[in-house]
Design a protein around this ligand. Structure first.
Ligand code: ADP
Ligand code: MG
Length: 269
């Protein structure tokens, strides 16, 4: 088989694999460190709590954090060359490059190689029937975002921003990218919106609040909700027990539940 035939064959497998997945969602942002992976993981579990079957694809090839956040670093099993079983943790099916590369080593692959991995995840992972496949993307508007958008054909883009202007300005670019890619539903999540003091429980306006909501209004896209900055969210992420599972009654978990419900409403439109 020559390269063109191989690509065609892979595209055919992607189409077949995605056919039985009802909804596809990409989570991205203009900036790094704003909480994309935290939102992708917790929203995935919040959707599961709302009775959906959910898969999570870690498409941040150079900074894959999903295994750490869900607390499973084990290797996925391969049935054969073209069938890779996703890992399953607390009902979430997920795949990441992280367990397949040596720890602490940089992934110095150029765009086409990184995109190649995303194509393989879409073509070869046995996702089976899913209500939603969530894709956690790297920051910015680079190759991986383009590949995910072109191959996954997501119905929904979730764009994560923090409330301060330097994040919002990059977020506007991300919104415009999602618009250019003709993604049907675009929703903003404002993360680190207010800080909950672990000592007194009081909410402080650390990075400000409301910037994401205002931007959503200005750019005529959906606003899905706000998540406060909460110490437990970070601790749970580092420990591999997402906050929505560990502290379901926390303010952040309730915020994730509301975002999940808003997302489901959008997808049912
Ligand atoms: N709402 C939040 N409250 C507290 N810590 C958070 C919150 N959102 C994200 N974090 C922490 O901030 C860091 C960056 O988040 P991460 O999800 O890795 O961002 P990204 O995927 O955009 O690079 C992580 O340590 C994460 O635990
Ligand atoms: Mg990330």
């Amino acid at each position: 088989m020559n390269q063109i035939e191989k690509t065609q064959e892979q595209d055919k497998r992607i189409t077949e694999n995605l056919e039985i997945i009802k909804n596809r969602m990409v989570v991205f942002s203009g900036k790094g460190g704003v909480g994309k992976s935290t939102v992708a993981v917790n929203l995935a579990y919040a959707l599961i709590k709302n009775k959906l079957t959910v898969g999570l694809m870690d498409a941040d090839i150079t900074g894959p954090n999903v295994p750490q956040m869900v607390g499973d670093h084990s290797q996925p099993d391969a049935i054969d060359e073209h069938q890779l079983l996703p890992k399953i943790k607390e009902g979430l099916r997920f795949i990441s490059i992280a367990p397949m590369i040596p720890e602490n080593q940089p992934v110095i692959w150029r765009g086409p190689l990184r995109s190649g991995i995303i194509n393989q995840f879409l073509a070869d992972v046995v996702w089976d029937k899913l209500d939603v496949l969530v894709c956690d993307l790297p920051p910015g508007t680079g190759d991986e975002v383009l590949t995910a958008a072109q191959k996954m054909l997501p119905q929904i883009a979730i764009i994560v921003t923090t409330p301060q202007e330097v994040s919002l300005m990059d977020c506007r670019r991300a919104v415009n990218m999602a618009k250019k890619l003709n993604i049907q539903h675009i929703g903003i999540v404002e993360n680190m919106s207010g800080f909950i003091c672990p000592k007194c429980g009081e909410e402080l306006d650390f990075f400000g609040t409301g910037g994401g909501k205002k931007m959503a209004e200005d750019m005529a896209v959906h606003f899905l909700g706000q998540i406060p900055m909460e110490k437990e969210t970070r601790e749970c992420g580092d420990a591999g027990t997402p906050i929505v599972l560990k502290f379901p009654e926390s303010k952040s978990s309730r915020a994730f539940d509301e975002i999940a419900k808003n997302t489901i409403n959008l997808l049912e439109k």
